[in-house]
Design a protein. Structure first.
Length: 471
């Protein structure tokens, strides 16, 4: 297989997404901590503790969410849901096996398209249970089974990425899909990735870096790994296939073990879990319940509003912002809407570390504000000020403008005396304007804006200035 690669770097990801269900994958225990600082092993039952005789029952919500995700990744859905026992050598699963899918994954043969236009294959998407967590305290290692049995969807990509940056882009695209589908809640769900990486110089000997959390960390870990492998080859070292851990604090990977192959795990079909037929009708009903996804919105925004794809992509990246744009673009010139939502609104949201869905103001207030801008009743400076206030609390921009006296001073009888005074005070600038120096015009516009506290219309000042100077 490795002979078929030609690029300098080859990366594949295995991503574990915790699904946003109420209960665990095979029992009725709550997936979400019931209170802060919950005691260890308080959300457990005979099933997730792996007691003899306990009977697992598959959580329907996890199946539905898994199918949604697989469909959004353009996967084919398996006709039958089968679970297997994966022999497990670590102390964080008390059954000595992990219930997972091996023979027939829930979804297969899908893809994700990156903003660059590149397509990354999705080999499989399957359901499995999360192991418990180990807590190391001094000489002891303790096991907390609260997390044991949480539903995960594992997504395995093809070895199709050729740089750490592409791996980060893929994670970003995936997270957007997860948010749109509502199958992932950033406050309670965890997303982790294992990365397979190899380089041409070593003949594509793979290292697998385990348990990287966060998409910026993935890029960091992969950048480190590329350098490490290149340095090793340069020193004449023979690389061997291994499994490594990412230490985010030190920014290095360290060897955990030489890599097992899938065959080492010894899978058997779980006799406690009967196969479930996923009828076409059931899958179609899930398909019908799915929202429009971000890549569909991007296409729609570009076609309906003739806006650049990059703008459409940024607006569609966050679901509530995409909805806002859809509402606003029906009432306001879409190009004006793009400028204010993509650039100005995103800027104030970033500054206050919020997303639009967390803001109390609604689209009607944004529309009101943009109408004032569109009709040139307020300047951009005033509009920015109002936008920053709207992020903090909802109010009517029209009334705000009236109360604060922010209407544009377009009345020439108010601007004329001011300009006349400025012309007398700055003869050199007047000469520059006359000789066609554009900076000199901006000088006068700037002075007038300062005097009127930003409420003059620059176009109006420009026009008046030329009139007064007989240009
Ligand atoms: Zn349980």
């Amino acid at each position: 297989m490795s002979e078929s690669f030609t690029s300098d770097v080859v990366i594949g990801l295995e991503i574990h997404v915790e699904l946003n269900t109420r209960t665990k994958l095979f029992c009725g225990c709550s997936r979400i901590p019931l209170r802060e600082n919950e005691p260890p092993n308080s959300r457990t039952c005979p099933t997730c503790l792996g007691m003899p005789g306990a009977k697992p029952v598959v959580n329907k919500a996890a199946i539905e969410q898994g199918i949604k995700l697989a469909l959004a990744l353009h996967c084919s859905i398996a006709p039958t849901l089968i679970f297997s026992r994966k022999s497990y050598f670590y102390p964080d699963l008390s059954k000595n096996y992990q219930t997972s899918q091996f023979e027939i994954p829930l979804g297969s043969n899908g893809h994700i398209r990156l903003p660059s236009g590149k397509t990354v294959g999705i080999v499989r998407a399957h359901l499995e249970e999360d192991p418990a967590s180990l807590v190391h305290k001094g000489a002891y290692s303790l096991v907390d089974y609260n997390r044991s049995g949480d539903p995960l969807c594992e997504i395995v990509t093809g070895p199709d990425m050729n740089s750490p940056e592409e791996a980060r882009e893929l994670m970003k695209e995936l997270i957007t899909v997860l948010h749109y589908l509502g199958v992932f809640d950033a406050s309670t769900c965890i997303i982790k990735a294992d990365a397979n990486i190899s380089i041409k110089e070593s003949g594509y000997v793979r290292s697998e870096v385990k348990n990287i959390t966060g998409f910026k960390e993935i890029e960091r870990a992969l950048c480190y790994e590329v350098e490490r492998q290149r340095d090793a080859v340069k020193r004449g070292e023979q690389l061997v296939q291994d499994t490594r851990a990412w230490d985010a604090v030190k920014g290095v990977t360290t060897r955990m073990r030489t890599k097992e192959t899938e065959a080492d795990y010894g899978y058997i079909i779980d006799p406690d879990l009967v196969p479930i037929t996923l009828s076409e009708e059931f899958v179609n009903s899930i398909k019908d319940s799915m929202p429009e996804l971000h890549f569909e919105k991007v296409k729609k925004f570009v076609e309906e509003h003739s806006i650049p794809e990059e703008d459409a992509r940024i607006l569609a990246q966050e679901l509530s912002l995409a909805h806002l744009f859809e509402e606003v673009a029906q009432r306001i010139d879409p190009k004006l809407a793009v400028r204010w939502l993509r650039h100005e609104l995103n800027k104030v949201l970033n500054e206050s570390e919020k997303v639009w869905s967390e803001v109390e103001a609604d689209e009607s207030q944004i529309i009101e504000l943009l109408e004032l801008v569109d009709e040139k009743k307020i300047t951009d400076i005033s509009a920015r000020e109002i936008l920053a206030e709207l992020i903090k609390r909802p109010f009517s921009p029209k009334e705000y403008v009236k109360e604060k006296g922010l209407e544009v001073v377009s009345d020439s009888s108010a601007l004329k005396p001011l300009l006349q005074k400025l012309i007398e005070e700055h003869p050199q600038a007047v000469e520059d304007v006359k000789s066609g120096e554009p900076k000199a015009i901006n000088f006068f516009v700037g002075k007038v804006m300062k005097e009127t506290k930003g409420q003059a219309s620059p176009a109006q000042v420009n026009k008046l200035l030329k009139e007064l100077l007989d240009l």
